[in-house]
Design a protein around this ligand. Structure first.
Ligand code: OKP
Ligand code: ZN
Length: 344
């Protein structure tokens, strides 16, 4: 399996985040990527390669150009008016307020282009997010040319909560969606995205919600109890031409590995029935027991089994890293997925 990583992704280094009513240390920190990298090297899973540099075209097929411009300039605009620290919204255009106009003020644009206050934009955010997109694109390109059967994109910051025109849930550019779009543009007729992060990938779902050419299937915590709270319910199944091409498998907090793999079997059946040409996996390992932001209980052996079951699709596969916050186990769990995949 090809492994792609860029140290430029470490430039996004939020010091603090707003969580549980307190401004505390950020969960989504550079150390996460370093841990995964170390574990991959230790397990001898293959050479770690830097990404190729891609232009913006695939990013702009997934994201709104006004949003991309905002991400590129927000921090400089924030500093230009004398703000210190990271740029964070403190107001949002909710029901009945107008979101059809782009505010001049950076505070207004932060409001328009984000959906939470836990996703700070700092000096290194855009360079890191842009590098992560290159990492995902390189993984997609290596499976699309048929030169490799599988590739792991060690992306950070994660992507699956980022929609066409808003950031949130620690995500800015939707790396998995960008990979899927690239595969479509290079000739795959149908691409399936399987999202196994603990949290629902609201961004990925909305990007492809009215399209039949990309199937989105997600196993995640019930949004009535867990972030992102407002999307990811079982009755969301796609719209317009995309009707039937979104499948959500929410599970209650406390679900064990047996329940999780039961949902996986349902997800796998939907993917096989779709007969995709390629598979993109949004791999979050925050389903691990003891993850500080989650309430499932997979162990390292379960992650190895997940890798085996992903390989069993027999498809060209790009695995894109998303969440996972238990810093002491995160690397080993990702390595276990990749080992399981390679072993099969
Ligand atoms: C990003 B990804 C816990 C709130 C946690 C954070 C969710 C972001 C997850 N009190 N909210 O999907 O791993
Ligand atoms: Zn997550």
């Amino acid at each position: 399996m090809r492994i792609i990583y860029s140290p430029e992704q470490l430039a996004h280094a939020p010091l603090r985040e707003n969580n549980r009513g307190e401004i505390g240390p950020a969960f989504e920190q550079p150390e996460r990527a370093r841990r995964v990298l170390d574990a991959i090297r230790r397990a001898g899973l293959g050479e770690v390669e830097p990404p190729e540099v891609f232009g913006d075209e695939t990013i702009l097929r997934v994201h709104d150009s006004g949003y991309v411009d905002f991400l590129r300039t927000a921090y400089d605009d924030w500093r230009a008016i004398g703000r210190r620290g990271d740029a964070i919204a403190n107001v949002w255009p909710v029901r009945g307020l107008r979101s059809d106009r782009t505010p001049v003020s950076v505070d207004g644009r932060l409001a328009l282009y984000s959906f939470d206050s836990m996703t700070p934009i700092g000096e290194g955010t855009w360079p890191a997010a842009r590098a992560a997109a290159n990492v995902a694109l390189t993984a997609a390109a290596s499976i699309s040319q048929g030169s490799e059967h599988a590739a792991f994109a060690l992306c950070r910051p994660p992507g699956h909560h980022a929609a066409a025109d808003y950031c949130g849930g620690y995500c800015f550019l939707n790396n998995a969606a960008i990979a899927a779009q690239y595969l479509r543009d290079k000739g795959a007729s149908r691409v399936a995205i399987l999202d196994v992060d603990y949290h629902h990938g609201n961004g990925t779902q909305t990007i492809f919600y009215d399209r039949p050419d990309v199937l989105y299937v997600s196993i995640h915590a019930d949004p009535s109890t867990d972030f992102p709270y407002f999307l990811g319910f079982a009755d969301e199944s796609g719209d317009a031409d995309g009707r039937g091409y979104t499948k959500n498998l929410p599970l209650p907090q406390g679900s064990d590995a047996a329940a999780w793999f039961g949902a996986f079997a349902e997800a796998a059946a939907a993917i096989s029935a779709y007969r995709p040409d390629a598979l993109v996996v949004s791999l979050g390992v925050d389903t691990a027991a003891g993850d500080p932001l989650a309430h499932f209980s997979l162990d390292t052996a379960d992650f190895r089994r997940l890798g085996q079951q992903l390989a069993a699709f027999g498809l060209p596969t790009a695995i894109v890293f998303e969440g996972g916050y238990r810093i002491d186990r995160l690397g080993g769990d990702v390595a276990a997925v990749l080992e399981g995949f390679d072993a099969r």
